[in-house]
Design a protein around this ligand. Structure first.
Ligand code: ZN
Length: 492
C-alpha cells in the first residue's frame, strides 16, 4: 500500500511497511483501491473463494470482578463447610454492607474483620457459614447503570422493561477516550447478555434493546502548560476560584469556546478573561437599551415575534424605504443566519465553539444599534429586539444564569420556557431585485440592485453595464426612464 497521491513506491527500496491510509499497489486485482474499500473487497473475495469470511472480533478479556474493598456491591455468596459455595437466595437480597467497619489500610478486605457481617447461616442446610467479603469491581455497576436509570424508584427489580424501552438506547454518550475501549465494551457485553436472557424486551413500548448507546462523543482533555491537567500532576485549576471570581457561566463559556469538545483544550487565563469580557459586554449593550427593548415586539413567544417582525419587514419592503429598513433587513438576515449556524453546530456537529463564535458575531452586528433612545424606525426596533432575544435564547444552554438574568431584565419572563428559534427563510434571502435594461425598446442587459436603491445610482449602474455600453457609446442619449425595482429604459 502507499499514500494517496504519492509517486509509486519501489518495494525493493522500502525499509518498512507503509501502514497509514492510502491505496493498494502490487495487489492485483485490488490495485488502486482505497484501503478501507479494499478490506471489504478482499474479505468478499475470500468468502466467494470459500477460504475466509468477514467477522468482528471483540477484545473482551477474562475479567476478575472481585475487589478487596469495603465500597462496592457485596457479592451475594456464602461458604458452607457442608454445602460449599451457596448463592444468597433472592428473598434475602440485597446483602447490605455493615456501617461499623474499620478502615485500617493494612490490606485485604476490611469486611473480613467485621465478624457480625462475616458470620451467617447457610441458606441450604442452616449450619454456620461465612459470607464472601470481597465486593464487586465498580466496573460491574458501570456496565449497566444506564438500565437502572430508567426506573430508579422501582424496588422490586433492577429495571422496568417498559421504562427501558421508553428511554433507551442512550442518544448521546459522552466520555473520555479511555472509556471507549473498556467501559463501553463491557456495557455492550452486559446489554447483549441481558438481551439474550430476555430482560431487555421486547415490551409493549418498544423493541428489544440491542445496543445501549447510539452515539459516542469522546471529549478531549484539559491541557495546562503543555501537560494533561490532573490532580496527580498538581496543575489543576480550582473551579471554586473561577466560580467565585467570574461565575460558573464564564468558566463554562471559556471551556466551550476554547475548543470543539472532542479536541484537547488548552487552559488559558486570558481565555477565561475573554469569556468574562464578552458576557460583561453583552450585559452592558442590553442594559443600554433595556428601557425600550422590553416594549419592542420581539418577546412574548418566539413564533409570534418572528411573524410580526417579518410581516413588518415585508410591509416595509413594499414602499420606498429609508436607512432603518435596510439596516433591519441586514440585521434580520444576520440573526437568522446565526440561528441556522448555531442549530447546525449544536445539533449536528457538536461544535459548540463555533456556535458561540457565531453568537458573538451577531452581538457585534447590533451592538451599535442599541442605544438608550430606541431607533425611530419601528421595523429596525423590532429587528434589534429580535436579535437580542435570539442571542439570549441561543446562549441559554451555554451560559444559563447570565442569559436568563439579561432576559429577565428586558422583560422576557421565563427564558427556560422559550422554544429554540426557527430559521425564517425569507429573512435569509439576499435582498436583490433584478432590473431589466432596454435600449430603444430592446432588452439588452439585466442586473441586480438592492431594493430601494436611488434612481440615479440605478441608472449609472445600467449605463456602466458592458452590454449596454456597446449600444450606447458614441450615441446621444435622448431619454431615460427608471421604473424602481423593474426597468431602466434608454432611448438613443
Ligand atoms: Zn450448608
Amino acid at each position: 500500500m502507499q499514500p494517496e497521491d504519492a509517486p509509486p513506491l519501489d518495494p525493493a527500496r522500502m525499509t518498512q511497511a507503509y501502514v497509514g491510509p492510502g491505496r493498494l499497489v502490487g495487489s492485483t486485482p485490488f490495485d488502486g483501491l482505497p484501503n478501507e474499500d479494499a478490506k471489504l473487497r478482499i474479505t468478499d473475495a475470500a468468502a466467494a473463494g470459500g477460504f475466509g469470511k468477514r467477522a468482528t472480533q471483540y477484545r473482551l478479556r477474562d475479567w476478575g470482578i472481585s475487589r478487596q474493598r469495603y465500597w462496592g456491591a457485596p457479592i451475594p455468596v456464602v461458604y458452607c463447610d457442608g454445602c460449599g459455595v451457596v448463592p444468597v437466595p433472592r428473598t434475602d437480597l440485597p446483602v447490605v454492607l455493615p456501617t461499623d467497619v474499620e478502615l485500617s489500610g493494612t490490606g485485604g478486605s476490611p469486611l473480613a474483620k467485621v465478624e457480625s457481617f462475616v458470620r451467617t447461616t447457610c441458606p441450604r442446610c442452616g449450619g454456620p457459614a461465612r459470607r464472601e467479603t470481597d465486593t464487586f469491581d465498580t466496573f460491574v455497576e458501570s456496565s449497566w447503570y444506564f438500565l437502572r436509570y430508567t426506573s430508579p424508584h422501582d424496588d422490586t427489580r433492577a429495571f422496568d422493561r417498559d421504562a427501558l424501552a421508553y428511554w433507551l438506547p442512550v442518544d448521546q454518550y459522552i466520555g473520555g477516550v479511555e472509556h471507549a475501549v473498556l467501559h463501553l465494551l463491557y456495557a455492550r457485553f452486559f446489554t447483549k447478555v441481558l438481551r439474550d436472557l430476555g430482560y431487555t424486551g421486547p415490551s409493549a413500548v418498544g423493541p428489544t434493546l440491542d445496543e445501549p448507546f447510539v452515539n459516542l462523543l469522546t471529549q478531549g482533555m484539559v491541557i495546562k502548560d503543555g501537560a494533561k491537567m490532573s490532580k496527580s500532576k498538581g496543575n489543576t485549576v480550582e473551579p471554586d476560584y473561577l466560580i467565585q471570581r467570574y461565575g460558573a457561566d464564564t468558566a463554562r463559556l471559556f471551556c466551550i469556546f476554547a475548543a470543539p469538545p472532542e479536541r484537547d483544550l488548552d487552559w488559558s487565563d486570558q481565555g477565561v478573561e475573554g469569556a468574562s469580557r464578552f458576557l460583561h459586554r453583552l450585559w452592558r449593550i442590553v442594559a443600554r437599551g433595556r428601557g425600550w427593548l422590553a416594549d419592542a415586539p420581539a418577546h412574548t413567544t418566539r413564533g409570534a415575534a418572528r411573524d410580526r417582525a417579518s410581516d413588518e419587514t415585508d410591509a416595509a419592503a413594499a414602499r420606498p424605504s429609508g436607512d432603518g429598513t435596510e439596516q433591519a433587513r441586514a440585521l434580520r438576515r444576520l440573526t437568522h443566519r446565526t440561528i441556522a449556524r448555531v442549530t447546525e453546530d449544536v445539533e449536528r456537529r457538536q461544535h459548540f465553539n463555533t456556535a458561540v463564535a457565531a453568537v458573538m458575531e451577531l452581538v457585534n452586528g447590533y451592538a451599535e444599534l442599541v442605544e438608550e433612545t430606541p431607533p425611530r424606525d419601528g421595523v429596525l426596533r423590532a429587528a434589534v429586539a429580535e436579535a437580542v432575544a435570539t442571542t439570549l435564547v441561543l446562549l441559554a444552554p451555554f451560559v444559563p444564569h447570565v442569559a436568563s438574568e439579561i432576559w429577565d431584565a428586558v422583560g422576557g419572563g421565563d427564558l427556560d420556557a422559550q422554544r429554540w428559534p426557527e430559521v425564517d427563510e425569507r429573512a435569509l434571502a439576499e435582498d436583490v431585485v433584478e432590473m431589466v435594461v432596454q435600449v430603444n425598446g430592446k432588452v439588452r442587459a439585466r442586473f441586480s440592485v438592492t431594493p430601494g436603491a436611488a434612481e440615479d445610482a440605478v441608472l449609472a449602474q445600467a449605463l456602466a453595464h458592458e452590454r449596454v455600453r456597446a449600444h450606447v457609446e458614441g450615441k446621444t442619449i435622448r431619454k431615460t426612464l427608471v421604473v424602481p425595482g423593474r426597468l431602466v429604459s434608454i432611448v438613443v
